[in-house]
Design a protein around this ligand. Structure first.
Ligand code: ADP
Length: 327
């Protein structure tokens, strides 16, 4: 393979606070290694459409603290087809891009691995998703900020729940994973947490809420992960409203939604994103392709892309016990 003199960086899939800090780290580290950097806008869709801009050190000034992503993000159905990926590969070749740094979640890194198999464009992935559901890294870029945003909102809901003796079902993001819900449940003192990793039995859920609201307090906050098997906060609420034993309960649902994706990245996310961005370029320079950079026990680790998206990262079941113990 000819030596690579120009790489492309892109953000893809669900956006996450800290993606900008990672783009900045990638661009500046690459430039320091005399690699030219192109920004591919709107993820794989921009790769297919040739939406590619030149990046220099200044183009990433004043973004380390900003939410969103200056390169924009997108989902691309076209990239799921071999034809779409062939077009993307052609566009990269035309733009002289010989390697890629991908910043995205599970789907984006899955797409990257397929692209690597088909077109052998050297690629290193960075884990960027609020869901924290990627194997190979203890934390993903955006997770800490999203968790703090959710927690801030749960605190506010707790105040009003308490003032009016209400039961609140608060739905948080996380796709098929319960990391945000579980940790916000502990941090927010939730009476109950419903997460996809745990079988939720509706009768048991009702029993626990009843018990909490009669013995401990007349208000309660239940944190529900969007991917919970009972179908999210609205489904649980509908089931409770159908049950006459909840007739006297003033029940409200609050879906925190996309607030969790926005906002300035936390200190932790900025540092994580910077470390991973630097590590991605360094791995690339060492010829370690088709891997994801991650943090494990505080240290940078590389995991082959295939092992990332094929596996489910386990939650810490010890934390589940804390909910019961401390409520
Ligand atoms: P995230 O990266 O946040 O998990 P998605 O799952 O939506 O977000 O994936 C982002 C993009 O990655 C998709 O829109 C698609 O273009 C690409 N992608 C995901 N899965 C595949 C796949 N199996 N084959 C090819 N491309 C994929």
């Amino acid at each position: 393979m000819d030596s690579v003199t120009r790489i492309g960086v892109f953000t893809s899939g669900g956006d996450a606070p800290g993606m900008n800090a990672c783009v900045r780290a990638v661009v500046r580290t690459a430039l320091s290694h005399d690699l030219e950097v192109m920004g591919i806008r709107r993820g794989y869709q921009g790769m297919i459409e040739g939406d590619i801009v030149e990046m220099d050190a200044k183009s990433v000034s004043n973004i380390v603290q900003k939410g969103g992503t200056i390169l924009k993000s997108a989902r691309s159905d076209q990239f799921r087809t071999a034809e779409g990926r062939a077009t993307a590969a052609r566009n990269l070749k035309e733009a002289g891009i010989g390697g890629l740094i991908a910043i995205g979640g599970d789907g984006s890194l899955r797409g990257a691995a397929i692209f690597y198999d088909e077109h052998q464009v050297p690629l290193v992935g960075c884990p960027g998703t609020i869901d924290n559901d990627l194997f190979g890294t203890d934390e993903t870029i955006g997770y800490d900020t999203a968790m703090n945003t959710a927690l801030d909102n749960i605190d506010k809901i707790r105040d009003t729940a308490d003032a009016h003796d209400r039961l609140f079902l608060v739905e948080v993001m996380g796709r098929d994973a319960g990391f945000i819900a579980l940790n916000c449940g502990i941090g927010g003192g939730a009476e109950l947490v419903l997460i996809p990793e745990m079988l939720s039995d509706l009768d048991e859920v009702k029993r626990q809420i009843r018990s909490q609201m009669s013995t401990q307090s007349r208000s309660a906050v239940v944190v529900v992960a969007e991917g919970d098997e009972l179908g999210g906060a609205n489904s649980v609420a509908a089931a409770l409203r159908d049950d006459s034993s909840f007739d006297h309960v003033d029940l409200r649902v609050c879906i925190l939604g996309h607030t969790q994706r926005g906002g300035a990245p936390s200190a932790r996310d900025r540092v994580l994103a910077s470390r991973l961005g630097v590590a991605a370029v360094e791995a690339f320079m060492e010829g370690r392709y088709n891997v994801m950079v991650g943090i494990q026990d505080g240290d940078i680790r590389l995991t082959p892309s295939r092992n990332v998206w094929g596996r489910k990262k386990a939650i810490n079941y010890e934390l589940l016990k804390l909910i019961e113990l401390l409520r």
